[in-house]
Design a protein around this ligand. Structure first.
Ligand SMILES: [Zn+2]
Length: 230
C-alpha cells in the first residue's frame, strides 16, 4: 500500500497535461507519476478535458462524420503533451540504476535520457552526498543522498524547493516523507531534514534559488549557501 501523502497541486498537474511546464519541472512531475496512480489518473482526465476543449474551440464547425471519428480516437488514445520531456510515463523493460554508498537505486524513467547528465557525487556537510543533474534551465536539479543519521542544517528557501523522495525516508519538524512524496517548500517554510539511525534516503530535488540557513552556527554557512545550489 502506498504511503504517498504529498502531491503536486491540481493546477500544476493541469499545466503538465497541457505541456506548459519547463523541462526540469516536467521531470519532477513525471518521476512523481511513476509512483502515484492517483495523479496519473488526474493527468489523463485533464488531457481528455483539454482535448475536448480544443475540439470545441476549432475555428471551423466539424462535420458530423469527423466529430464522430475524433471522439472515437479520443476514447482510445490519451492525448500526449507536445514536449518530449512531458511524455506520459510508459512501461519500460530496461531499468537503469544510480550507485551511491555501495548501494544501487532504480533511476526514475523520467531521467533515463539524462543519464549522461548526472553526477559525479560530491560531499556536503552533514553526511550528505549530492549529484547534479544538468537540465539546461535556471533551476538546479540534484540527487540528494542522506546516509542514516544525517541532517541538513535548518534552512528556509529564497525561492521554491521541490523534493521528491525516491527511496527510504526522511523527516523534518512537520512530517515524515516516504517514496513518491512530492514536497513543495518556499520562503514560508523553515525545516531541518533528517534521517533516522536505521534508514537512509535518496531524493530528487529542484531548487530555484539558494537555501538560507536560519539557526545557530549554521547561519555562518550562508555565505557558502550557493554550494548547495549547483
Ligand atoms: Zn500524486
Amino acid at each position: 500500500m502506498t504511503k504517498i501523502q504529498y502531491h503536486p497541486t491540481d493546477d500544476t498537474l493541469s499545466r503538465y497535461a497541457a505541456g506548459e511546464l519547463d523541462p526540469a519541472s516536467c521531470i519532477m512531475l513525471s518521476a512523481h507519476l511513476e509512483f502515484c496512480s492517483q495523479c496519473r489518473q488526474k493527468v489523463t482526465d485533464y488531457e481528455n478535458i483539454q482535448a475536448r476543449q480544443m475540439m470545441q474551440n476549432a475555428p471551423e464547425p466539424l462535420s458530423d462524420e469527423l466529430t464522430h471519428m475524433l471522439s472515437g480516437i479520443l476514447k482510445q488514445t490519451p492525448v500526449k503533451p507536445v514536449d518530449p520531456e512531458c511524455q506520459t510515463v510508459t512501461a519500460e523493460t530496461h531499468t537503469q540504476f544510480l550507485k551511491v554508498n555501495h548501494k544501487s537505486f532504480r533511476l526514475p524513467r523520467a531521467l533515463k535520457r539524462h543519464e549522461s547528465h548526472i553526477g559525479p557525487w560530491s560531499r556536503l556537510p552533514g553526511n550528505i552526498k549530492r549529484a547534479n543533474v544538468t537540465t539546461g534551465g535556471q533551476s538546479k536539479m540534484n540527487f540528494i543522498y542522506m546516509d542514516c543519521n544525517s541532517s541538513l542544517p535548518q534552512h528556509t528557501h529564497q525561492g521554491s524547493e521541490i523534493t521528491l523522495v525516491l527511496a527510504g525516508e526522511f523527516h523534518d519538524e512537520h512530517a515524515t516523507y516516504y517514496p513518491g512524496d512530492f514536497v513543495l517548500q518556499n520562503d514560508h517554510h523553515i525545516h531541518t531534514p533528517k534521517t533516522s539511525a536505521e534508514q537512509d534516503c535518496l531524493c530528487l530535488t529542484l531548487l530555484d534559488a539558494p537555501l538560507r540557513f536560519t539557526s545557530g552556527l549554521a547561519t555562518l554557512l550562508n555565505p557558502f549557501s550557493p554550494i548547495f545550489f549547483r
